[in-house]
Design a protein around this ligand. Structure first.
Ligand SMILES: [Mn+2]
Length: 713
C-alpha cells in the first residue's frame, strides 16, 4: 500500500484527514470536454482539461506539451550579462567566491547547484547557508564580515538578497562585491550590486516569472557556459526540480520542463547523496512523482535547516564519498523524525491558543509564544491554515521581538497584506502565499486586529469554509479505466496551478467497508451503475465520515493504479467521503410531491394518503429536530439531515412525511427553515406552540381525503 501523500496535513503525517465543508467545481461534468473528445483526446483527460478552461485542441496540445529544453535564453533576464561578466572575471583571476544561500530546500539546492558548477570550473568556492535561528533569513552583515575575513572577494547570492539594501551597502564598505540572484518579490528599491538578477524585477523582460531560486541559479549556470547547455541541464535538472517543487512554484512553462526532466533523471542522478537519500526513503527503482518530492524528499531536506543543520543537507548533495553519503542521508531522516515530534507539540499548543481567541480574531490566526521552535513554526502555520481555512501567522518571541512565519489560505495575498501593515512591522519579505516578518511584541495585538480586518474585507465578511475543488463529476463510471489513467498521466508533473485531478462520483453505494492498517485507514468498495471500484481513504474512519454499509455516498478522489501480485487495477484514493448530498430517484420523487403540495398544486387521493403524517410521527419528528440541536444559523447538508430525521419516524413513508413535516412546522412558525443549494438551516423556535391541524398543507390533504374537520388519530 502506498503511503498517504496528500491531504493528511501539510507535513504528510500525523493529524487526521481534513473534512471539507463544501465541494466546488465539477459543474461542467464530463460533457464540457466533448470538443476535445471529438479531436481524439480520451474522455477523462478531455473532461479535466475542459474543467480547467482548456477547450480547444490547440490549447490542449500546448498545455500537455512537455518540452525537453528550456524555452528562453537566460540573457533575457535583466543583469544576466553583468552577472556573467563579473563571475567570469572572478574565475579568470582565481578570486575566492562564496555562494550565499538559504536554509530551505530551494535555498539548499540552489547553493549546491552553483557551488558544484563553480568548483567544476576550478573555482575556489565556499558556501554559506545562514542558520535559521542565529542568523535569520537573507544576507547578514555578520556573515559577510566572516566571508571577507576568509578572503572572499565575490559573493553570489541564490534564493535571497533582493531586499538586502543595507547589507549590500555594508558589503561594499568591507570590500566585497555582490552578484544577487533571487526570485522573491522586489520592494521599491533594489540593492546596489554588480548585478541584480531576479525575474520579478519590474524592469526584467524575462517572459517566465515563476522560476524558483534554484531555477534562477540554473539559468545563471547555463548563461555562464552556453556551449554545454544540454550537458549542464542534464546534470542539474534533478536538483532544480526538487527546489522548484519544494518552493511550490507554479507548475507551468519552464518549471514544467525542469520538473519533468528532473523526475525522469532522478534515479540516475550524478549526485551520490541524492541517490543515498532515495534509498533511505524507499524511492529507488520506481518512478518518482512530484508529489513524492513534495511529501517525502522535501520535508527531509528541509528538516536539516529547521533543526539548525542546513549545512548537513548541502554536504549530502556535495559529497562524492558513498559511505559519507549513506551516513548523512540517515542523519537527515533522523532530523526529520525529530522535527515531526516538535511540530506535533507546537501544533497542539497552537490549537489550544486558538480556543481562547474571540470570534473576531479567527479570520486571521495570529499566535505567538516564546517556546516555539522557530524552524518549525512555518510548517505548523501551513497546517493551521488548512485546518481552520484561513491565513495564519506564527510568531516566535524572544526578548520583546517576534519572528513570524505566515501562510495564506484561499488566494489571500499575504505579501500585499504585510505591505499594508508595514508601519507595525520591523521587516518582512516573501511571496503571496508564504512570507516571513519581524515584529515588536507590543505591536502584535494591533497587527492581529489589522490583519483580521484585511482578511474579512477580502472575504466580504463571509467566514471562509474549507472547500474541495472537484475537477470532474464522473457521470460515466465505465470511463474509469487503466487506459484512461495512462492518458491522464500526460498532465504530469503536478504542482501549484496544475494540481492532481480530483474526481467525484455522486450517489455511489457502499458495498463493503473495512478499516485496515491498525484501524487507521478505510478500505471500501463502491458501486455506481454496473461499475465497482476499490477505494482507499487514508487516515479516515467510517464514523468520522458519517457513512455506513449500504449507504449512498458521494466520493471525491484521485485515481491511482494499484499493483498487487503483478496485476494492475484502478483504485480510488479518496480525498473526501460523505453521505450523498443529492437525492436518490425515490427521494427526488418524494421531494417533488411535497413541493407540489406546498405550491398548492393538485394532489391525488392516493398521494394524500402517502403524505399525511399521523400525530405520533409529527411528535417523533419534532423530538428529532430538537435532538439535532443545531447551532443557530449554521447550515447543514440537506439530504443527509432529512434522512436522519426520517430515520426517527416509525411507520410508513418516513422520508416523505419527514420532508412534509418540516414544511408544516415551518409554515406554523415552529421552526425556521431556509434552503440554499444543498444546504439547509433548520432551527426549532423555543417556546412556540401551534395547532398543526391548522396548517394549510394538512387541511388541504384532509380535504382531498374527505376528512375535513377531523383530527389525526
Ligand atoms: Mn525560494
Amino acid at each position: 500500500m502506498c503511503p498517504p501523500d496528500v491531504r493528511t496535513g501539510a507535513s504528510g503525517e500525523g493529524g487526521s484527514v481534513i473534512k471539507y465543508v463544501r465541494w466546488t467545481g465539477g459543474c461542467g461534468s464530463e460533457e464540457a470536454g466533448a470538443g476535445l473528445r471529438a479531436a481524439g483526446y480520451p474522455p477523462l483527460l478531455s473532461a479535466v482539461l475542459a474543467a480547467r478552461g482548456v477547450t480547444s485542441p490547440e490549447k490542449a496540445a500546448l498545455r500537455l506539451e512537455r518540452e525537453r529544453e528550456l524555452s528562453h535564453s537566460p540573457f533575457l533576464m535583466k543583469d544576466m550579462d553583468k552577472a556573467v561578466a563579473r563571475i567570469r572575471q572572478a574565475l579568470a583571476d582565481g578570486e575566492r567566491i562564496a555562494v550565499f544561500g538559504d536554509y530551505d530546500v530551494d535555498g539548499i539546492t540552489s547553493t549546491v547547484l552553483l557551488v558544484d558548477y563553480l568548483r567544476s570550473r576550478g573555482a575556489d568556492c565556499l558556501k554559506y547557508i545562514p542558520r535559521r535561528v542565529e542568523d535569520g533569513y537573507g544576507l547578514g552583515k555578520e556573515a559577510l564580515r566572516i566571508l571577507r575575513n576568509q578572503g572572499v572577494t565575490l559573493v553570489i547570492t541564490v534564493d535571497c538578497g533582493i531586499t538586502g539594501l543595507e547589507e549590500a551597502r555594508f558589503a561594499r564598505e568591507v570590500g566585497l562585491e555582490l552578484v544577487i540572484t533571487d526570485h522573491h518579490e522586489c520592494k521599491d528599491e533594489l540593492p546596489e550590486a554588480a548585478a541584480v538578477v531576479d525575474p520579478r524585477r519590474p524592469d526584467c523582460p524575462y517572459p517566465f516569472k515563476h522560476l524558483a531560486g534554484v531555477g534562477v541559479a540554473l539559468k545563471l549556470v547555463l548563461a555562464l557556459d552556453q556551449q554545454r547547455e544540454e550537458a549542464l541541464f542534464a546534470r542539474y535538472c534533478t536538483l532544480a526540480a526538487i527546489g522548484t517543487v519544494a518552493d511550490v512554484m507554479q507548475m507551468s512553462g519552464e518549471n514544467r520542463t525542469i520538473v519533468h526532466r528532473g523526475l525522469e533523471a532522478i534515479g540516475g542522478s550524478d549526485f551520490l547523496g541524492l541517490r543515498a537519500l532515495l534509498r533511505e526513503t524507499g524511492l529507488t527503482d520506481r518512478e518518482v512523482s512530484s508529489t513524492q518530492i513534495g511529501f517525502i524528499l522535501a520535508p527531509r531536506i528541509n528538516a536539516a535547516g529547521r533543526m539548525g543543520e542546513a549545512e548537513l543537507a548541502a554536504d549530502l548533495f556535495l559529497t562524492d564519498d558513498p559511505a559519507r553519503a549513506e551516513i548523512l542521508a540517515r542523519e537527515l531522516c533522523g532530523l526529520n523524525r525529530e522535527r515531526q515530534a516538535v511540530e506535533q507539540e507546537i501544533f497542539a499548543q497552537a490549537v489550544e491558543q486558538i480556543e481562547f481567541l474571540s470570534a473576531g480574531e479567527r479570520s486571521a490566526l495570529v499566535l505567538s509564544s516564546e517556546v516555539w521552535h522557530q524552524g518549525v513554526v512555518g510548517i505548523v502555520a501551513s497546517r493551521l491554515s488548512e485546518k481552520y481555512s484561513c491565513p495564519s501567522f506564527m510568531i516566535h518571541l524572544q526578548n520583546g521581538m517576534g519572528k513570524g512565519s505566515c501562510r495564506s489560505y484561499g488566494g489571500f495575498n499575504l505579501f500585499a497584506a504585510l505591505e499594508s501593515c508595514q508601519d507595525l512591522l520591523v521587516d518582512f519579505g516573501g511571496h503571496e502565499l508564504a512570507a516571513g516578518f519581524n515584529i515588536r511584541e507590543e505591536d502584535i495585538p494591533a497587527f492581529r486586529r489589522r490583519m483580521n480586518r484585511c482578511v474579512c474585507d477580502y472575504c466580504n465578511g463571509e467566514t471562509p469554509v474549507s472547500s474541495l475543488a472537484v475537477d470532474v463529476i464522473v457521470g460515466h463510471p465505465e470511463w474509469v479505466t487503466l487506459e484512461e489513467m495512462e492518458a491522464l498521466s500526460r498532465l504530469e508533473p503536478y504542482g501549484s496551478g496544475n494540481e492532481r485531478p480530483v474526481f467525484a462520483i455522486m450517489g455511489a453505494r457502499v458495498e463493503s467497508l473495512q478499516s485496515v492498517g491498525q484501524n487507521r485507514h478505510l478500505k471500501l468498495r463502491l458501486a455506481k451503475g454496473d461499475c465497482r471500484f476499490e477505494a482507499i481513504f487514508f487516515s479516515a474512519t467510517a464514523e468520522a465520515c458519517g457513512v455506513s454499509l449500504g449507504m449512498r455516498v458521494d466520493a471525491a478522489f484521485h485515481l491511482q493504479i494499484n499493483e498487487f501480485r503483478g496485476v494492475s487495477s484502478v483504485q480510488l484514493q479518496l480525498v473526501d467521503l460523505r453521505p450523498a448530498a443529492g437525492p436518490s430517484r425515490r427521494e427526488r420523487e418524494c421531494l417533488e410531491l411535497v413541493e407540489r403540495l406546498v405550491a398548492g398544486g393538485p394532489v391525488t387521493e392516493g398521494e394524500a394518503v402517502r403524505l399525511l403524517p399521523d400525530r405520533r410521527q409529527f411528535a417523533a419528528l419534532w423530538r428529532a429536530i430538537e435532538r439535532l440541536a443545531m447551532e443557530e444559523g449554521e447550515p447543514v447538508s440537506r439530504m443527509p439531515t432529512l434522512r436522519r430525521l426520517a430515520g426517527a419516524l416509525d411507520g410508513a413513508e418516513s422520508f416523505l412525511r419527514a420532508a412534509l413535516g418540516v414544511e408544516v412546522f415551518a409554515e406554523r412558525g415552529l421552526v425556521t427553515l431556509a434552503l440554499r443549494e444543498d444546504m439547509m438551516i433548520l432551527r426549532p423556535m423555543p417556546g412556540r406552540r401551534a395547532d398543526l391541524e391548522q396548517s394549510a398543507y394538512v387541511r388541504s390533504l384532509r380535504r382531498t381525503l374527505g376528512q375535513d374537520g377531523k383530527e389525526a388519530e
